[in-house]
Design a protein around this ligand. Structure first.
Ligand code: MF3
Ligand code: CO
Length: 249
C-alpha cells in the first residue's frame, strides 16, 4: 500500500495559487474554442496564459517527455490528445486537460467543451460526466474511503445509460503528477484507502456513449475509445478537509 502525501499550510497556499491560474486558463481556453481553431493554437494560448504568471509553469510539459501544455482530446479521443493541426468543427466536443506547477507542486484539471452547436447525445454526455464529478465532490471529505467516490461516479453514469471508460483513473498528486492513491471511476462504497485531512486527489470521470474499451493511437499519446464512440472528461484537483473538500482547480 502507498502513502498519502499531506501538505503544509504553506504548500496549500502554493496549490491554491496554481489552481486559480489553472481554472482561469481552462475558462479562457473554453472561450477560444470555436469552429476553425486548431488544437495547437489552443495549446499555445494556454502556455502563454500560464507563463504570464510569475513562478507558474505548464505542469505537463516534459512529463514522461510530453511535448505540450494541454491535452486536447476531440470526440472519440478519451485522454492525452496531442495538440496538432486538427481543426475544430461545429458539433465536435473537446476535452482540454491542463496542469499548472508552482514551487514544484502539481495541479491537474480538465473541462470538456462543445464546439458551436452540438448534438443532444453529445450534450447529455457532457452534462452527465460533469454531474458525476460534482456528485463525487459532494461526498469527498476526510474519513471517506476512495471506493465511495468511485461508486458515486459509477452509479450516476450508469443510471443515465452511459459507460465508464474503466482503464482510466483519477489519482493522488502533489509532489508528482500521479501518485498514491488511484481513484477509479467505478467501485464499491466504503472500500479502499481512507482519505486524511490535507491530502490532494484528482478526480476525473471519463465517460463514453458506447462500449468500455480503449485503443492506443499512432502518435503514442492520444488514447481513443476502442469502438470510436464519443468520450468526455471532467477533472478537479481536490484538497481534503475536515468537513469536505476544497476545489483547487
Ligand atoms: N490529466 C492527465 C492525467 O491525469 C495528465 C496527463 S499529463 C501528460 O493522466 F503528460 F501525460 F499529458
Ligand atoms: Co489527472
Amino acid at each position: 500500500m502507498g502513502k498519502f502525501q499531506i501538505f503544509t499550510a504553506e504548500e496549500q497556499q502554493s496549490l491554491r495559487e496554481a489552481g486559480k491560474i489553472l481554472s482561469e486558463c481552462l475558462a479562457y481556453i473554453g472561450d477560444l474554442v470555436a469552429p476553425g481553431i486548431t488544437t495547437k493554437e489552443l495549446d499555445r494560448a494556454a502556455e502563454e496564459f500560464i507563463r504570464r504568471h510569475e513562478g507558474a509553469t505548464p505542469a505537463f510539459q516534459g512529463y514522461h517527455g510530453y511535448p505540450a501544455t494541454l491535452c486536447t482530446s476531440v470526440n472519440e479521443e478519451c485522454v492525452h490528445g496531442l495538440p496538432g493541426d486538427r481543426v475544430l468543427k461545429e458539433g465536435d466536443i473537446i476535452a482540454t486537460d491542463c496542469g499548472v506547477m508552482i514551487n514544484n507542486l502539481y495541479t491537474d484539471a480538465c473541462r470538456t467543451f462543445g464546439v458551436g452547436k452540438i448534438s443532444k447525445e453529445a450534450q447529455k454526455l457532457l452534462d452527465v460526466t460533469s454531474n458525476a464529478l460534482e456528485a463525487a465532490v459532494a461526498v469527498t471529505r476526510s474519513g471517506v474511503r476512495v471506493g465511495t467516490i468511485s461508486a458515486t461516479i459509477q452509479d450516476l453514469v450508469e443510471a443515465e445509460g452511459l459507460t465508464i471508460v474503466s482503464a482510466l483513473t483519477g489519482h493522488g498528486l502533489g509532489k508528482t503528477l500521479h501518485q498514491f492513491p488511484d481513484v477509479p471511476n467505478y467501485g464499491e462504497k466504503d472500500t479502499g484507502p481512507m482519505l486524511p485531512v490535507g491530502t490532494l486527489i484528482a478526480v476525473e470521470p471519463i465517460v463514453c456513449t458506447g462500449k468500455d474499451g480503449i485503443k492506443e493511437t499512432s502518435d503514442l499519446w492520444t488514447i481513443n475509445t476502442r469502438d470510436g464512440s464519443l468520450s468526455a472528461h471532467f477533472e478537479h484537483t481536490l484538497l481534503i478537509t475536515e468537513e469536505g473538500c476544497e476545489i483547487i482547480a
